[in-house]
Design a protein around this ligand. Structure first.
Ligand code: ZN
Ligand code: ZN
Length: 156
């Protein structure tokens, strides 16, 4: 299953690894994106984030990261799958936004994958990098299995 913007992906992605390594990153991400998964309040999100960060740095597939979360932390597979997907998509979006913000005058456009009604509300909308889209999100994921992405929008 393709879940993030793999076109922007490079193996050994140290920037997104760095992003995901910040203490409290995953808990804050879930809060900011207004997403919760059943059982996610009972697990050690920093430990999960550590595995996600490592996976990002190594260019691992989501399935590999999920398996590690299950094996090393004993999470149930559905929750591990949800958190691995969410975390990797989040780090990718944050890294992308970080890149775009460094470019003068760049605005970002939401490209909805049709995940849900919420995501579709943002589809094609253009904001200044770092500003909120229609749903209040600065970047995907906006829902549990969001595979939307943001891309730079430059007017010529
Ligand atoms: Zn959605
Ligand atoms: Zn989405």
């Amino acid at each position: 299953m393709i879940t993030v913007d793999w076109s922007a992906w490079k193996p050994g992605d140290e920037d997104s690894q760095l992003i995901a390594s910040a203490p409290g990153w995953l808990a804050e991400g879930l809060r900011n994106q207004r997403i919760s998964f059943p059982g996610s309040e009972d697990v050690d999100l920093d430990s999960i984030a550590r595995i996600i960060a490592l996976g990002l740095g190594e260019g691992s597939a989501e399935a590999t990261v999920t398996k590690k979360i299950v094996n090393e932390l004993g999470l149930l597979k559905p929750l591990a799958t949800s958190l691995a997907h969410f975390g990797m998509a989040l780090a990718m979006s944050q890294r992308a936004l970080g890149d775009y913000r460094n470019v003068e005058g760049v605005r970002v456009q939401w490209d909805s994958a049709g995940c849900c009604d919420k995501c579709d509300k943002n589809d094609g909308k253009i904001v200044e990098a770092g500003q909120a889209f229609t749903t209040g999100h600065q970047f995907p994921p906006a829902c549990n299995y969001c595979i939307c992405c943001i891309m730079p929008f430059i007017e010529f």
